[in-house]
Design a protein around this ligand. Structure first.
Ligand code: FE2
Length: 281
């Protein structure tokens, strides 16, 4: 089935999951989680500019939140990638909803980082400009691959935020990251549920998409100061380790999709499933 036909065939499932998501997602307020009393002006308005000793946040907390805000700030790039594919009816409303949620994540982390002086705001702004200008280009994907990939990315993001909550050593950071992780998990469920419907509709085609995306999956890497990159630093900090992707990202979703127990596959689907079995899990 081509992508246009799939968009139409899956639209009722998208509509249903849009409602499920709306009912389950807590409409939390980013300003509630930021300790505004700790803030003060920068030199431009007569206060004092940032200096490293102004923050007591752990290095792990600074790293993980810097990656978190830059990943969310690059949301217009992801929005463009999604919007290329999901342009009709409930799909389009989902793109809007997802984008607004990601924007809330960047708002709350940025407010926290700048207000508590956890990181150099000038350096952060410089990296944000570079990151957004360099843009993000996803590999060319068909519709089901886009959905599978998004389910993997939201899973990875929720793991990153849950670990940041645990390892940053700060209750305010934990509060922020738990909220974001809960949103990520609901977003993961949205994409994963549409993949369930795609598997029922076109099992061989969906199995092929899953095998290809497991093989090709990479979390987006964020450039950091001094030429470091987020993937290496997060792995070293125990926040997100790509070596554990099979166990933590792929396996739970392959189980949800009932990949290894399905009995409705044709020759092409069986071939894709064999690849999956030998690939990683
Ligand atoms: Fe997310």
């Amino acid at each position: 089935m081509n992508d246009k036909a799939l968009l139409i065939a899956l639209a009722p499932v998208v509509e249903e999951n849009l409602h499920l998501h709306g009912d389950a997602a807590e409409g939390w307020q980013p300003q509630d989680l930021v300790p505004w009393d700790d803030g003060r002006n920068f030199a431009f308005l007569g206060g004092e500019d940032w200096a490293p000793e102004q923050s007591t946040l752990s290095e792990i907390g600074k790293l993980a939140l810097t990656v978190g805000v830059l990943a969310a700030d690059n949301m217009p790039s992801y929005h463009r990638e999604l919007a290329k594919h999901l342009r009709i009816g409930p799909w389009w409303r989902w793109v809007g909803r997802w984008t607004a949620e990601e924007n809330r994540h960047s708002i709350v982390i940025r407010d926290y980082l700048v207000l508590t002086r956890a990181v150099d705001p000038v350096a952060l702004e410089r990296i944000r400009m570079t990151h957004m200008t360099n843009n993000y280009n996803a590999p060319a994907m068909h519709l089901i691959e886009v959905l599978v990939n998004a389910a993997f990315e939201e899973t990875a993001s929720s793991i990153r935020h849950r670990n940041t909550a645990k390892l940053a050593g700060d209750p305010v950071v934990a509060g922020i990251c738990e909220k974001i992780a809960t949103d990520d998990e609901l977003q993961r469920d949205f994409y994963a549920n549409i993949v369930v419907a795609a598997l029922d509709l076109v099992p061989d085609q969906a199995m092929r998409a899953i095998a290809d995306r497991v093989r090709g999956f990479k979390v987006p890497t964020i450039p950091l100061a001094d030429g470091r990159d987020s993937t290496t630093d997060l792995a070293e900090a125990g926040i997100y380790d790509p070596a554990r992707q099979d166990e933590l990202v792929f396996r739970p979703l392959l189980e949800k999709w009932n990949v290894f127990e399905r009995t409705d596959l044709g020759v092409d689907g069986e071939k894709a499933r064999e690849e999956l079995a030998s690939l990683r899990v």
